[in-house]
Design a protein around this ligand. Structure first.
Ligand SMILES: *[C@@H]1O[C@H](CO)[C@@H](O)[C@H](O)[C@H]1NC(C)=O
Length: 180
């Protein structure tokens, strides 16, 4: 309810500034809302998502950090779990994302597990959309999701690199790189 009201207020303000005579229902899809606009609501300490594949750590220098999940959501799902749903940047008509900002240490799990686990410090990705990524981190033990775990030649104590590729955003960097 709150989200719907916020959206219609915003639409009203935008429409008030736009050309006259356009039917509301069709223009709603073509209005581009800024992702990092001034209409940012206050961060929440309750994580709005159960899992997220396209997690973004915001450039705010807070401790703990702030996060947004840029996963595209069905409108009904977005409205159900979010304070504010808005269109993601991209070609028309925009998909919806939850623009709520979570302020906390743990951004939660991926919806689709990465072969290297929760985080990776050194990823190499192709420039394709979506990217194809690997994690070059040398770890004591590969994540359970890793299928092709190779020992780094003559590493002592043994260190391993997961050779798997993953199609999609690589996800967050590790907080502590002491494992490498
Ligand atoms: C990341 O991994 C690549 C490939 O193994 C390596 O060439 C590069 O030096 C690494 N970068 C860092 C910062 O460790």
């Amino acid at each position: 309810m709150k989200a719907a009201m916020a959206t219609s207020t915003l639409l009203f303000l935008l429409l008030a500034g736009a050309a006259h005579g356009a039917p509301e229902d069709t223009t709603a899809n073509t209005i581009r809302l800024p992702t990092d606009g001034s209409a940012q609501q206050a961060p929440t300490t309750k994580r709005p998502w159960k899992c997220c594949d396209n997690i973004e750590r915001l450039p705010t220098k807070t401790n703990p950090p702030q996060w947004r999940c840029n996963d595209e959501l069905e409108p009904s799902k977005c409205v159900a779990q979010c304070e504010v749903c808005q269109e993601a940047p991209g070609p028309f008509p925009g998909p919806l994302i939850c623009s709520d900002v979570y302020w906390g240490a743990d951004p939660g799990p991926f919806c689709t597990p990465r072969p290297w686990g929760d985080c990776c410090t050194n990823t190499t990705c192709t420039r394709s959309i979506p990217p194809i990524c690997r994690c070059n981190d040398k770890v004591k033990k590969c994540a359970t999701a890793c299928k092709d775990c190779k020992r780094v030649k003559s590493s002592k104590p043994p260190r391993y690199v997961c050779q798997d590729q993953f199609t999609g955003q690589p996800g967050p960097k590790c907080k502590h790189s002491c494992e490498n």
